[in-house]
Design a protein around this ligand. Structure first.
Ligand code: TPP
Ligand code: MG
Length: 327
């Protein structure tokens, strides 16, 4: 059986990283179809266009490090190692889902690869990551925590409070902003008075870096430096990955509020194309091998969907599991 841990180790090669980014894109596209066909209850948020950020992060972290991220977390879950069956099963509310089908699209988790349940509340993953980092520091176990969140989240109180505390306590935590230029239906220039969000680190005397979020190698370098810095006991970093989401905010949003032409411009710098052409130009991959890789992925995703749709939803009693109350 393929485990999340074995899938994580597949990111050790450049070809493996491209393959995972292609898989994420294929899974995300299939989610939109599953949603349109009525298999997904509630909402769902795609991260297509942002694959290099998740794969870059997962390529650097150890499975014993901890990650928190948002409702836009399918890509991070797949990158960290969760199988397509685990992600699609959860999104369709089946027991084979990575949270047993009781969490849904916004609540993916897999402790074996360090993924805490993903957060639907904007900014909520940041203080939790800082808490995990504080525990690692007290236990002196050399682990780091990393939290992924959007540009809009940098306007929320939890962002500022957490950065301040992380800096004062020199916590081994890495804050990663996926700056995709939109928070829900609002463009960043209408909500935020600065364009380089990494500059917010200055208020907290924190190390910062801006990175091209379309280039997985650039993301790896930025994350590696921040992780080395944190493991050496120097404290947190704020990394801003400049990226773009191809879909609307969620499920049926056609994103008509976008600046005309903007999507096409970003697609010219597609993270999958950038990674594939680098490998092809240095002779590490042929066009034929790339096509075979893509059709193998399509077949695997189609098989995963078949398995998911044939599997059961959780029993009603599952609602009361993992729930506690103090009388
Ligand atoms: C505390 C809170 N406020 C508002 C919302 C509604 N909401 C959901 S997503 C979102 C936009 C967040 O944008 P951003 O942080 O840029 O992340 P992105 O969706 O672009 O990845 C908002 C306002 C929420 N979930 N939680
Ligand atoms: Mg955003």
């Amino acid at each position: 059986m393929v485990t999340s841990l074995t899938r994580r180790s597949q990111l050790n090669t450049e070809v493996g990283r491209l393959e995972r980014m292609l898989e994420i894109r294929a899974v995300e596209e299939s989610i939109q179809t599953l949603y349109n066909d009525g298999h997904v209850r509630g909402s769902t948020h795609l991260a297509n266009g942002q694959e290099a950020v998740s794969v870059g992060i997962a390529s650097v972290l150890r499975p014993t490090d901890v990650v928190t991220c948002t409702y836009r977390g399918h890509a991070a879950a797949l990158a960290l190692g969760v199988t397509p069956e685990g992600v699609l099963g959860e999104i369709c509310g089946r027991v084979i889902g990575c949270s047993g089908g009781i969490g849904g699209s916004m609540h993916l988790m897999d402790a074996s690869v360090g993924l805490m349940p993903t957060f639907a509340i904007v900014g909520a993953g940041l203080p939790v990551a800082a808490g995990v980092a504080l525990a690692a520091k007290l236990k002196k176990n050399d682990s780091v925590a990393l939290t992924i969140f959007g540009d809009g989240s940098t306007n929320i109180g939890a962002f500022h409070e957490t950065l301040n505390m992380a800096s004062i306590f020199k916590l081994p935590v890495i804050f990663v902003i996926e700056n995709n230029l939109y928070g829900e239906y609002t463009r960043i220039n209408l909500s935020t008075p600065i364009s380089d969000l990494a500059d917010r680190a200055d208020s907290y005397a924190m190390r910062k870096e801006i990175v091209d979020g379309q280039d997985v190698d650039a993301v790896i370098n930025a994350i590696q430096s921040a992780v080395d810095f944190a493991r050496a006991g120097n404290g947190p970093s704020l990394i801003e990955a400049k990226t773009y989401r191809y879909s609307g905010h969620s499920r049926s949003d056609p994103a008509t509020y976008r600046t005309p032409g903007e999507l096409d411009e970003w697609k010219k710098r597609d993270p999958l194309d950038i990674a594939a052409s680098k490998l092809i130009s240095k002779g590490a991959l042929s066009e034929n091998e790339l096509e075979t890789m893509k059709s193998d992925i399509d077949n695997r995703v189609a098989a995963a969907i078949k398995t998911v749709l044939a599997s059961d939803g959780p029993e009603l009693s599952a609602l009361m599991q993992h729930v506690s109350a103090k009388g």
